[in-house]
Ligand binder design. Structure first.
Ligand code: LLP
Length: 406
């Protein structure tokens, strides 16, 4: 077994023989470990985990999450339906929209979810529509810049997300006008954040703002904890972060005069490392400039390398002891879908099975039918048993909503 993998090579081979490639494989044990680590880091406060299910909406994974006492954060009615199908009750669901049509917010409220209001116009609409009859949270933008790359930073002043904390007076004016029942303040600084300081800085902004809202029950500090994509990557030190945030939160609750709930809504931290995308090398192309390994997948299945320049570690499952060579690993889509540039791997031969690591978060959920390609099957391994939890697409899945069938 490779030190970076939690699944041994014979099992990878077996699953790929049984279900074909490309194939997403999730290790439920890693989800359990991550949930446990997060819970363990926040002792002494009433901490709730709201899984940001945009990271992975596979129902079996969401059911596993629910069985571990994790609640859920959704961003669309589609995700809301997934959460309900996974067995969540509406009161365990937070709806954190981003500039969605107000009708969608109405649907979420009517379904019984708690809404996180992300703009002044939505706050105004919420007041006009519900007054004090429905509680809500407010998403503040803390003006803190942090995250793995600019595209996934959400808390800085130029970001589209949330209501700037500089507009607190305007927020309070609307709250007062409609007698709104604000039960929580929320912020999410970004994704892939290593430094505890960034979380603490954003938390301080929220704690300070919170003193101006008398009826709060919840402080939601979002997600964004960093996991290792490269073997040598430093990650968020959860023990340290837990201690520091707990200290600050307890201090804040003392000032506030009441114990509040502390919420987090991680995606990557809970599911990134549990996932593997298994692919097969199709063609090895030795060009004068470099050697390309083509695989039977592409940006239609794992877009993170192309969209963010994200690094995903790759294992050669079939030839782990092979002589190292340097490759560009590329997909089969008619775009420049490069998974890895100048990557040194044990010699890759046509037909070799490769595993992309950290494919559990923002892998399948960001996949598409581009080039009219099928999306992969998904397998969940949990408590020693491997279960097919999504079949591979078929032509029917591509045609399902086309109306011009002759
Ligand atoms: N809460 C809110 C309001 C969010 O917008 C997000 C992520 C999360 C929580 C979860 O963040 P996480 O713990 O997963 O970092 N597709 C990108 C990440 C985009 C994240 C969008 N929002 C990627 O693959 O890196």
């Amino acid at each position: 077994m490779h030190p970076l993998s939690t699944i041994n090579n014979p099992l990878f081979e077996e699953l790929s023989q049984q279900y074909g490639t490309p194939l997403y494989v999730y290790d439920g044990g890693i989800v359990r470990r991550q949930v446990h680590n997060l819970q363990a880091a926040f002792q002494g406060v009433d901490m709730h985990i709201k899984y940001a299910c945009k990271a992975n909406t596979n129902l079996a994974l969401m059911r596993l999450m629910r069985s571990l006492g994790v609640e859920v954060d959704v961003v669309s009615m589609g995700e809301m339906h997934m959460a309900l199908l996974a067995g969540y009750s509406p009161r365990q669901i937070t709806f954190t929209p981003s500039g969605v049509p107000f009708g969608e917010v109405r649907e979420a409220v009517e379904a019984g979810a708690t809404v996180n209001v992300d703009s002044l116009p939505l706050l105004e609409w919420f007041g006009q529509t519900y007054g004090s009859s429905k509680p809500c949270l407010i998403r503040l933008k803390p003006n803190v810049a942090a995250g793995g790359n600019f595209k996934i930073m959400t808390g800085h002043s130029d970001s589209k997300f949330g209501i700037s904390v500089d507009l607190l007076d305007e927020i309070l004016e609307i709250v007062k006008r409609y007698d709104l029942k604000i039960i929580g303040l929320h912020q999410h600084t970004g994704s892939d954040i290593k430094e505890a300081e960034a979380f603490l800085q954003a938390a301080e902004v929220i704690f300070k703002a919170a003193l101006r809202f008398p009826d709060l029950q919840i402080i939601d500090l979002g997600g964004g904890f960093k996991v290792a994509y490269k073997p040598e990557d430093a990650v968020t030190d959860m023990q340290h972060l837990g201690q520091e945030i707990t200290k600050g939160f307890q201090e804040f609750c003392k000032n506030y005069g009441r114990e509040l709930q502390l919420w987090f809504e991680p995606g990557k931290y809970l599911v990134s490392e549990c996932g593997y995308l298994l692919v097969r090398a199709t063609v090895i192309k030795e060009d004068p400039a470099r050697t390309f390994v083509h695989v039977d997948s592409g940006l239609n299945h794992l877009i993170r390398p192309m969209m963010y320049g994200a690094y995903h570690h790759i294992l050669n499952v079939s030839n782990p002891e092979g002589v190292p060579h340097t490759y560009n690993v590329v997909g089969y889509i008619c775009e420049t879908d490069t998974f890895a540039t100048d990557r040194t791997l044990p010699e890759v031969r046509p037909g070799d099975l490769l595993a992309f690591l950290n494919a559990g978060a923002y892998g399948f959920t960001m996949s598409s039918h581009y080039n009219a390609r099928y999306r992969p099957a998904e397998v969940l391994i949990d408590e020693g048993k491997a279960t097919l939890v999504r079949r591979r697409d078929t032509l029917d899945d591509l045609l399902r909503s086309q109306l011009d069938l002759a």
